[in-house]
Design a protein around this ligand. Structure first.
Ligand code: HEC
Length: 144
């Protein structure tokens, strides 16, 4: 009986991600708070110029980042970020969560260039924060 329970639990763990929401599995309210880590460099501002979150200009506007091809906002990106976008990188939850925890390592991985370097020098320390921030940005994005 015990092995039956274990096997069922293991199966559930494997199957669980398939039930997650299409674009976001995190908690938008927690993400709004966690976005404090990002706003010194990033604003969230809609196409009409209304600030959803007032923030810095060191990084690109994160409004509409869900599904956006990497490196395509009106911003002076690193050439490696532009290369990643040209190579087909469009932000989804998985790529976003991995990127924000180590931007340079992620760009090296997706471009296959071990000298690639992201201009984003910050690393989110907690995966949970990244997941929640993604959910927050999805909730305030143009498609919500
Ligand atoms: C110290 C400033 C700084 C902080 C803090 C920062 N970023 Fe960035 N971010 C940047 C810069 C600069 C870039 C452009 C990177 C490049 O061109 O290589 C960037 C790029 C990005 C991109 C790619 C966007 C695009 O248009 O392709 C995402 C996504 C992102 N940051 C998310 C975050 C999140 C989420 C946080 C908070 C957890 C955060 N950043 C915190 C500076 C920062």
């Amino acid at each position: 009986m015990k092995s039956y329970v274990t096997a069922t639990a293991a199966l559930f763990c494997i199957a669980a991600p398939a039930f997650a929401a299409d674009t976001a599995s995190g908690d938008p309210a927690a993400g709004e708070k966690a976005f404090k880590q990002c706003k010194s460099c990033h604003m969230v501002q809609d196409a009409d110029g209304n600030a959803i979150v007032k923030g810095g200009k060191t990084g690109p506007n994160l409004f509409g980042v869900v599904g956006r091809t990497a490196g395509t906002e009106d911003f002076k990106y690193s050439k490696d970020m532009v290369a990643a976008g040209e190579g087909g990188l469009a932000w989804d939850e998985a790529s976003f969560v991995t990127y924000v925890q180590d931007p340079t390592a992620y760009l090296r991985e997706v471009t296959g260039n071990d000298k690639a370097r992201s201009k984003m020098t910050f690393k989110a320390r907690k995966e949970e924060d990244a997941v929640n921030i993604w959910a927050y940005l999805a909730s305030v994005g143009p498609e919500s």
